[in-house]
Every structure is written in structure tokens, then in C-alpha cells.
Design a protein. Structure first.
Length: 317
């Protein structure tokens, strides 16, 4: 309970009215029967003399200090309340993150997927360190996921089940999902259209509503450079979580995940996640780093149908 809400403590306003009433009652009727100044004078109550106002404010402050001195809990609450919360908004480029997730699950020595809760804890820790504020005052207040989605007719039963399980995972972490349909034209590869525009509009709209102090982008797309510049103009700090990895999967074709340097140059804070995680299993003594992954017993590299699902970029748990 705030100190000023305590019924036993007179507020500044109440103390002021009480003192003014006392001042007004000091006046008495003279021998002529007329009221002297201060006795029931409406104008005097509405517009008190400066010395009366200063007196009432001083007495109210003294009463509050005396009451607070009896319990240190009130003082700690007031001092802590002076610090402002650092609000963090996290935005996932679903296609980019799914490729990263598959890399760690099927190719990296860890053979495990990224843990969304552990990733959010890592983000809070990084924001607290870079912003120079206590960890408890850095909170993830909003998380959004953007991804193109294939029609049901183009997916196998296993892929449909995988999508449904992944939706459950996102929902369990309170992540708001944004999907747009992906249609394949004859002779052309499937491409996500419009998702990046929706991504940028959603981030900008929420930033204009003053929802965040720090926006975290999990993407590598250089098309978001104008978005970052707009956020910078609004005074919103931008943190970028990006990966630069290259690997050769089961089919022998070299694959690459890259973060656009043009995008990295515009942000306030850049986190090179491939360097944070490393290329091996080291880091067992770092709980924050280990928390980035879902713990699973060691297993062999992917092959067969599992690897083919990886090639399609479909989320798996």
C-alpha cells in the first residue's frame, strides 16, 4: 500500500484544509458585532495567504515523515517506485527463426531446438546489461510471431500435426501469431508475400502507441532498415538477434543463414547469436546460455523423413 493511501496519514490536501479552517476560526466578532477577517470568510478559504499555505504544507510533510519513520517498508516502496520499468517488445520473423531452429535441431552438435522461454530470459538479461538497469525492471510485455502458412491441401498429416503442436508452443508462451497464406504458382517456388509488410506495420503501430522502450527484432532481412530508422526517430532502442551460419545438410547442398549488415548497422544493440551459442557443446557452466535450448538426451543426426521435413522448413517440437 502506498504511503499516501494510508488512512492514518493526512494527505497534503486534507492538512491544508484543516489548517485553513483553524486559521479562519481564530477570528472573532468585534464589539460592533461584525465578523473580523478570517471568520467564515469564503474568499480567505479559496485564496489563502502564502504563509498559511506554506504552513499547512510543512505540517503535512512533517506528519508523513513521522509516520514513515515508524516503518521502513513504506520508505522502500516509495524509493523503488521512482524507477521506471523498461518495456520490451519481441518480434519474430517466423521463417528466419524456423530455419535457425532446424539448424540447431538437426545439424548443430546440440541436436536440440531453441527454448522460447529461455530466449526471452536471455533477452531480458541483455537489455538489463546494455540499458544499465536492474533485471527486475526489464520485462517482456509483448511478443509477436509472423509467418506465411501453406494451404492444408499441400501438407502431409505429419506436417499438419507439426504446425498444430507449434501453435500450442507459441500459445503457451503468450505469443501473438500473425499468419498469411502462401500459395504456389505453377513453375514457381513458394514465397511469403506481404508478411514482411505486416511485420513492419505492426511494430511501427505499437511503437507509435508508446508500448515499448526497447524493440527486439529476430530477423536477418535487410528490408527492415526503414522500420529501424523510424523506430530510432521515435527514440525507441532496437536490439537485433541475428545468426550467420553455414552448413551442409543431408542432400549435400550448402545452406546459409545470414543477417543483413545494412540492418545490423542501424540498430542500437546487435547480438551475434552464433557467437553466444558457439559451435560446440561448451557452456554447461552458463545457466543463461544453457537455458536457450530444450534439454534432450543426445541423439544421432537427422536422416530420412525427418531430414526432408527439415528441408521444407516446417516447425517441429
Amino acid at each position: 500500500m502506498n504511503a499516501v493511501d494510508d488512512p492514518h496519514i493526512p494527505s497534503v490536501y486534507q492538512a491544508r484544509r484543516l489548517d485553513l479552517k483553524r486559521i479562519s476560526r481564530r477570528g472573532s466578532r468585534g464589539s460592533s458585532g461584525h465578523r473580523e477577517p478570517g471568520r467564515g470568510c469564503r474568499r480567505r478559504l479559496d485564496r489563502p495567504a502564502p504563509e498559511a499555505e506554506n504552513l499547512s504544507l510543512g505540517r503535512a510533510s512533517q506528519a508523513i515523515r513521522q509516520h514513515l519513520s515508524k516503518g521502513q517498508g513504506y520508505v522502500q516502496h516509495i524509493e523503488g517506485g521512482a524507477r521506471r520499468l523498461t518495456r520490451i517488445g519481441v518480434f519474430y520473423d517466423g521463417g528466419y527463426f524456423s530455419a535457425v531452429n532446424n539448424f540447431y535441431n538437426f545439424t548443430h552438435p546440440r541436436r536440440s531446438r531453441l527454448h522460447l522461454g529461455g530466449l526471452h530470459d536471455f533477452i531480458r538479461d541483455q537489455v538489463a546489461a546494455t540499458e544499465g538497469v536492474p533485471l527486475s525492471f526489464c520485462q517482456v510485455v509483448d511478443v509477436h510471431w509472423f509467418r506465411g502458412r501453406l494451404p492444408v491441401a499441400d501438407l502431409s498429416t505429419q506436417q499438419l500435426e507439426s504446425d498444430r503442436i507449434w501453435d500450442d508452443v507459441l500459445m503457451s508462451f503468450g505469443i501473438v501469431t500473425h499468419y498469411l497464406p502462401v500459395y504456389a504458382r505453377p513453375g514457381q517456388p513458394r514465397q511469403e508475400k506481404g508478411v514482411d509488410v505486416w511485420f513492419a506495420l505492426e511494430v511501427l503501430e505499437l511503437a507509435l502507441m508508446n508500448r515499448f522502450d526497447v524493440v527486439v527484432l529476430i530477423t536477418g532481412d535487410g528490408d527492415y532498415v526503414p522500420l529501424v530508422r523510424k523506430l530510432n526517430a521515435r527514440g525507441v532502442r532496437v536490439m537485433l538477434l541475428g545468426w550467420n551460419v553455414t552448413w551442409r545438410p543431408f542432400d549435400g547442398d550448402v545452406r546459409t543463414i545470414r543477417t543483413a549488415e545494412a540492418l545490423a548497422r542501424e540498430v542500437t544493440y546487435r547480438i551475434r547469436m552464433e557467437e553466444v551459442i558457439g559451435e560446440d557443446l561448451d557452456g554447461a557452466d552458463d545457466p543463461l546460455r544453457e537455458g536457450l535450448f530444450i534439454y534432450r538426451p543426445p541423439r544421432p543426426a537427422a536422416s530420412g523423413d525427418t531430414a526432408r521435413i527439415e528441408a521444407l522448413g516446417t516447425e517441429q517440437t
